[in-house]
Design a protein around this ligand. Structure first.
Ligand SMILES: Nc1ncnc2c1ncn2[C@@H]1O[C@H](COP(=O)(O)OP(=O)(O)OP(=O)(O)O)[C@@H](O)[C@H]1O
Ligand SMILES: [Mg+2]
Length: 249
């Protein structure tokens, strides 16, 4: 049998077991989850693992949260992002000011819409930073403001493809977080899920009289993955998955 792709460990206990040892190197994964499900924690854990274990350069593009808030929140898991930044391992891009751009802006002789400007600025700054730093892991937290501003589903598809293609061209392994609005097991699928190389969901499900936090690998190209929903926990070490435990009887 031919060797599979090189794998990039996620640093999340129990998760790599579900995906043949890790994310295929250079692939783009969407991490979907409900509010407070642990999307940010998991994506930072993925970066920290690369920085600590392999001294890899990482890039975190922040769309939603203030840097100081994120750095403080992550300290409780023992992840000192300021220190990684000082060492030159972590490159932090604060893309939150883009939210305050006017709907339409004149650039040179033409007008550009905020949505096209934000997408192309993020792509441009990521490409530039990866070129300068040789980052091996990238997180965009979250892709939701970049993609959801396209109301039309075809436009959203093109925007997602543009983002995924640009990130694939960097050769870095990427995690893009994405808000999930529906609760429960049955949900509609989003266009981003079809275009990305892998999808992992974080949900709370009602099982009997309990609410259980459940991680599910929905897809992972080039991977014989375990697609069963598995319980996960958030502890002082970050996210931990129970890869053998079942949630349904
Ligand atoms: N020290 C801790 N121990 C256990 N659980 C924690 C701890 N700190 C935070 N949490 C849990 O993590 C959740 C927040 O995780 P995180 O910020 O990664 O979620 P998120 O999916 O990114 O949320 P959002 O949609 O708001 O961006 C909290 O709702 C809380 O349940
Ligand atoms: Mg978050």
């Amino acid at each position: 049998m031919l060797d599979g792709p090189e794998r990039v460990g996620t640093g999340v206990l129990g998760l790599d077991e579900l995906i043949q040892g890790g994310i295929p190197k250079g692939r783009i994964i969407v991490l979907m989850g409900e509010p407070g499900a642990g999307k940010t924690i998991l994506s930072v854990q993925f970066l920290v693992s690369g920085m600590v274990k392999q001294g890899e350069k990482c890039l975190y593009v922040c769309m939603d949260e203030e840097k100081k808030d994120l750095f403080r929140e992550m300290l409780q898991f023992g992840w000192n992002l300021a220190e990684f930044e000082e060492k030159g391992l972590l490159h932090f891009i604060d893309a939150t000011p883009l939210r305050f751009m006017p709907e339409r802006t004149k650039l040179g002789l033409t007008y550009v819409d905020r949505k096209d400007f934000t997408l192309s600025s993020v792509i441009e700054v990521v490409q530039r930073t990866v070129k300068e730093t040789q980052a091996a892991r990238i997180v965009v937290d979250s892709m939701t403001p970049l993609i959801l501003q396209y109301g039309d589903v075809m436009q959203r598809r093109w925007a997602t493809m543009e983002l995924v293609t640009a990130l694939t061209n960097t050769s870095a392994t990427c995690v893009l977080t994405r808000e999930m609005k529906t609760l429960g097991y049955k949900r509609g699928l989003e266009v981003e899920e079809f275009i990305s190389h892998g999808v992992i969901t974080l949900q709370s499900l009602k099982i009997g009289s309990n609410i259980v936090r459940v991680l599910q690998v929905q897809k992972m190209r080039e991977t014989m993955c375990d697609t069963q929903p598995r319980p996960y926990f958030i502890s002082k070490n970050g996210i931990e998955v129970r890869p053998k435990a079942t949630v349904f009887e």
